[in-house]
Write a protein that binds this ligand. Structure first.
Ligand SMILES: *Cc1c(COP(=O)(O)O)cnc(C)c1O
Length: 427
């Protein structure tokens, strides 16, 4: 059997396949680094599960109020140990990443308090949460003010600006690890640690929250290892390992996390309610698989960077750069480029491969967004997906891939569509 003939059957031309193989030849050191981090993180997850004596009773479903849900409570201990925090809230009732961040912020900010983003504008959906764009029930409506400090031109932190922005009202600092829909670099855990140390030097009791979406298990350390009071993310991204069908997590200090639990359910109830609805096997097993799933996604990101930088497009990060999240931005420079790229990703999917993605207005975003995803879990972006707002610089954000081989096929297919539409030339 010949692998190239299988790719041919899937619609990849000889030219595209060979172009990919040549690029892969130059990525082996990157792949080795990715595998090393996955091996370390696999150990970290297993150690947390062993310490908490995970057993079959933890996989039982609960319904109704969910009192004494030992599977849920133990999963939260596993997360807390894995991320080295005092406490964790890991729930299917947290509907998505934006919801997890909303819970973390609104639980820890009271009227008159101020939220500071020292890393520039946060992720699009947070604009309505904070009230940067007007929305019912925003933090702004509840009397929480907001300030941001732009990054410097070279992407570094504006320490002088941050010092000036931290005042008596500053209660929470929000730090987004991943670039999101921006073409700035993502931050390393090391950089985040330096920023947190600086903020705490300016104001020792300030709460530092990190939006950890897409960052989990990319490095050996997490922001909670370098001083974050809360790290927050979505289970249909990295830590759900592709198996969690819904959910979010908040790991952090007891003080912060217990407030989050009261905000999520109700004052007085907190962490004691919230049935697991039979999702524990997926949550435990997804966390178990997450380090290797993340490694596959990272290899896909590096491969995409290698291909498109060779063809002269701006890619963030570059193929040889150290990774801090699973996102790969490729600036295709035109709407046509975005459509062709996304079409290729869609055609490579195991689910919905026959549909054509179209740009669409999305709740929470201010430009039309194109999304390619053929996922087992709808909207899951730890599964192979590409998306981006149709606006300058016409960048697609490529992420995920439950296996490296699927990610590879998706990128080859994107290249095939670009070549078919004469948007690139491979010779
Ligand atoms: C995905 C993401 C969010 C929001 O998560 P949703 O699950 O889409 O609501 C927030 N911040 C960052 C950096 C993200 O990548």
């Amino acid at each position: 059997m010949n692998t190239e003939s299988m790719y041919s059957q899937l619609g990849i031309s000889h030219e595209v396949y060979q172009f990919g193989e040549t690029i892969l030849g130059g990525l082996q050191e990157q792949f080795a680094r990715i595998d090393a981090a996955a091996e370390y993180n696999q150990g970290k997850v297993i150690a947390a599960m062993q310490k908490n004596r995970v057993n079959a009773t933890h996989f039982a479903a609960t319904t109704g109020y969910g009192y004494d849900d030992e599977g849920r409570d133990n999963l939260e201990r596993v997360y807390a140990d894995c991320f080295h925090t005092e406490a964790a809230l890991v729930r299917p009732q947290i509907t998505c990443g934006t919801h997890a961040l909303t819970v973390a912020l609104s639980a820890n900010l009271l009227p008159g308090d101020e939220l500071l983003s020292p890393v520039g504008r946060p992720y699009d959906t947070l604009e309505e949460v904070i009230g940067i764009r007007q929305s019912p029930c925003s933090l702004k409506e509840y009397g929480v003010s907001y300030r941001e400090v732009e990054l410097l031109g070279d992407g570094s932190f504006d320490y002088e600006g941050i010092r000036k922005a931290i005042g008596p009202k500053t209660k929470v600092v929000t730090i987004q690890r991943s670039k999101g829909y921006a073409t700035r670099p993502s931050f390393s855990v090391e950089q985040i640690g330096q920023l947190i140390a600086f903020c705490k030097e300016c104001k020792p009791d300030v709460i530092c929250m990190v939006d950890n979406c897409y960052g989990e298990f990319v490095e050996e350390r997490e922001p909670s290892d370098v001083g974050a009071d809360m790290i927050v993310g979505s289970l249909i991204k990295n830590p759900g390992g592709g198996l969690a069908p819904i959910g979010g997590y908040i790991c952090g200090t007891k003080a912060c996390v217990s407030r989050c639990a009261f905000r999520l359910s109700a004052p007085g109830l907190g962490q004691e309610v919230g049935a697991n609805l039979g999702l524990m096997p997926a949550f435990y097993q997804g966390l178990f698989l997450s380090p290797t799933v993340v490694a596959g996604a990272l290899k896909g990101a590096v491969f995409a960077a290698g291909i498109y930088e060779k063809l002269g497009f701006r890619v963030v990060p570059g193929s040889q750069e150290t990774r801090h999240d699973i996102i790969q931005a490729v600036e295709l420079g035109s709407k046509e480029g975005m459509l062709a790229f996304c079409k290729g990703i869609q055609m490579a999917a195991p689910v919905d491969s026959y549909v054509t993605p179209e740009p669409w207005a999305m709740p929470g975003y201010d430009a039309e967004v194109i999304m390619a995803a053929g996922a087992f879990v709808q909207g899951s972006s730890i599964e192979l997906s590409a998306d981006g707002p149709i606006r300058e610089p016409y960048a697609v954000y490529f992420q995920g891939g439950l296996t490296w081989y699927h990610a590879k096929l998706g990128i080859l297919m994107s290249l095939q569509k670009m070549a078919d539409n004469r948007l690139v030339s491979l010779s």
